[in-house]
Design a protein around this ligand. Structure first.
Ligand SMILES: Cc1cc2nc3c(=O)[nH]c(=O)nc-3n(C[C@H](O)[C@H](O)[C@H](O)COP(=O)(O)OP(=O)(O)OC[C@H]3O[C@@H](n4cnc5c(N)ncnc54)[C@H](O)[C@@H]3O)c2cc1C
Length: 542
């Protein structure tokens, strides 16, 4: 199996070129006015010490448990900025005692039964791409040990129902493997988070991830037909039905549960025919309010473009989609059934009404979404995580946060967040920061702004600086009436100053009661979303 980096994004053999690394140095030196840029080396596994595990694995589980050093390193963190920072600083002080790789649901149940009996924390692990501390194994001193439960071997498409256009799929399948199987039937799930290559169906459902579609089917929720979850108290499985109105949906408890109630082992998912008709175009706006207005009117028009992403001028500049003078709206329609050029034309009329400028799209050009501004943005989107890890090795915090808000507050909300976060970063780091924004998803009643920033720190201070900034972004999103996350999930990092203040108190009690029922010993992903009762849970941000 091709090895993944334990300290960053992607495969171990996927590194930036020497030229790209040099460009990063000069960009950092210029932006932060530095004479020299200090760079930490790529960590060598030989230089990292791991504490020995004191757990005794029972005989029936030995074949599926690994204490291999690299596996333990790989499963200590997810892929957030502080995860990468601690990795390049070689801080792996709280690794999992073992990583479990069950091959069947029965083996998975055996692992959970053992953990429940011995008071061992269980951290469900899909692709490990969490950016909010969702798979972290540092849980506090209330447990006799920690197991990272990797779903990698539960990776089959069990059956496809071509007529209903749905499939029963195991949770551990990675995005590309799933799409390769569905392609043979000319079907697709078409759920492409930026982390598609290294994230799983179970992870998407557990975190309510946001994917390819910018309108209508924004979260994975919209594609879930039924779910199957193994909890410490038994199986929770819903019926496969298109639109049951029978009371609160059991799936609503499973979707977004982030591993605190149990492990999702399978789901039936709604599929689509692969699109063959595509129409796309980029529109430039000089005025951001006009751009937002056009976006709102398109979102409320019933046209439902698949792609409808608004990059502010600085975001467009950073991603090579523009020269920094205009805001850019990337519009794309797709269908397996009919031509979409009329829908694109109507959306462009709306843009014209709001002073948007564009070149007339060529209806014969089906690959327009891969060229020009859209193509540049697409390429930069895929490369971004590789650049981020190189910034981390230099102490530069390049990070993102995302939220959502209703239309009537949208413009002031976005502008105030950019200003306030930029000021907060300057105060915390001592250097100015540019905060850019793209709108990743839009709804008839509001939108999801996604902010990117870079902040100066030294490799010795970057974690403390990041912590302060994270608390500030959590606090600002909540105090201004937004959500602490639109699609990156809550995990551990969005709780302080964030989810803990956003969530109604009575709902916390309901969720805690549900957890106590299915997980009475509080072993499932402790510290994510809520704290289990009667345990002392560690959160490194508090
Ligand atoms: C570069 C990058 C880009 C990203 N882009 C996007 C994006 O475009 N959209 C988006 O929504 N997110 C994005 N993310 C965040 C992340 O990829 C998503 O949260 C994704 O859904 C996680 O899937 P995973 O399989 O990697 O889950 P993991 O990271 O392994 O786990 C995430 C959470 O789900 C739980 N979990 C995982 N599998 C199961 C299971 N089978 N049963 C129960 N609980 C489980 C874990 O315990 C953890 O709490 C990005 C992350 C990175 C690093």
């Amino acid at each position: 199996m091709r090895k993944r980096k334990f300290w960053g994004w992607g495969y171990a053999d996927e590194l930036l070129s020497a030229e790209e690394e040099k460009n990063i140095d000069s960009r950092i030196a210029k932006t932060f006015k530095l004479d020299e840029v200090e760079t930490l080396p790529i960590p060598d596994i030989k230089d990292i010490e791991l504490p020995e595990s004191s757990l005794l694995v029972p005989k029936n589980l030995r074949d599926i448990m690994s204490d291999d050093k690299e596996e333990r390193l790989n499963h200590t963190y997810g892929k957030s900025f502080p995860d990468a920072a601690r990795s390049v600083l070689k801080d792996f002080s709280s690794p999992p005692d073992f990583v479990a790789f069950p091959n069947t649901e029965e083996e998975l149940i055996n692992v959970m039964d053992w953990c429940d009996e011995k008071n061992i924390a269980v951290i469900p692990y899909g692709g490990g791409s969490s950016v909010c501390g969702g798979v972290e194994t540092q849980v506090g001193d209330s447990y006799s040990g920690v197991i990272s439960l990797d779903l990698r071997n539960l990776n089959q498409v069990i059956e496809i129902d071509r007529e209903s256009r749905s499939a029963r799929i195991q949770a551990g399948i990675l995005g590309p493997d799933l799409e390769a199987i569905l392609k043979k039937e000319n079907l697709t799930l078409r759920h492409y988070p930026q982390s598609f290559e290294f994230s799983t169906l179970g992870g998407w459902i557990a975190t309510r991830s946001g994917g390819h579609f910018a309108t209508l089917y924004t979260h994975i929720d919209d594609f879930v037909e039924s779910t199957r979850m193994v909890t410490p108290s038994g199986l929770l499985e819903s019926r496969r039905l298109p639109g049951s109105g029978a009371g609160p949906s059991p799936d609503r408890l499973t979707i977004g549960s982030e591993g605190i109630l149990g492990v999702i082992t399978e789901a039936s998912m709604r599929l689509q025919d692969r699109p063959t008709f595509r129409s796309s175009c980029s529109v430039e706006f000089t005025n951001y309010k006009n751009a937002l207005n056009a976006l709102r009117r398109i979102s409320q028009s019933g046209l439902f473009p698949a792609n409808c992403r608004l990059l502010d001028s600085n975001e467009a500049l950073m991603n090579g989609a523009g020269d920094g003078s205009n805001h850019i709206l990337i519009l794309g329609f797709e269908s397996a059934d009919h031509d979409k050029s009329a829908a694109l034309k109507r959306a462009l009329d709306i843009c014209s009404d709001n002073d948007g400028l564009y070149e007339e799209p060529d209806s014969n050009k089906q690959d327009a979404h891969r060229t020009g501004s859209s193509g540049n943005w697409r390429n930069s989107f895929i490369k971004a995580p590789y650049f981020r890890e190189s910034f981390t090795r230099r102490g530069i915090i390049q990070d993102t946060f995302e939220t959502s808000i209703t239309w009537e507050r949208a413009h002031s909300f976005i502008e105030e967040i950019k200003t306030d976060i930029s000021k907060a970063i300057e105060k915390i780091s001592g250097k100015p920061s540019l905060v850019t924004c793209r709108i990743t998803h839009s709804y008839p009643d509001g939108l999801a702004p996604y902010f990117t920033f870079a902040a100066f720190a030294k490799t010795s201070t970057m974690i403390d600086v990041w912590r302060e900034i994270k608390l500030a972004t959590n606090e600002i999103c909540i105090s201004k009436g937004g959500t602490v996350t639109h699609h990156h999930a809550v995990g551990r990092d969005h709780r302080p100053n964030g989810y803990d203040n956003q969530r109604p108190e009575l709902f916390k009690e309901i969720l805690t009661a549900a957890k106590s029922r299915v997980d009475p010993n509080g072993i499932m992903n402790p510290g994510v979303l809520i704290d289990p009762e009667n345990k002392n849970i560690y959160n490194w941000l508090k």
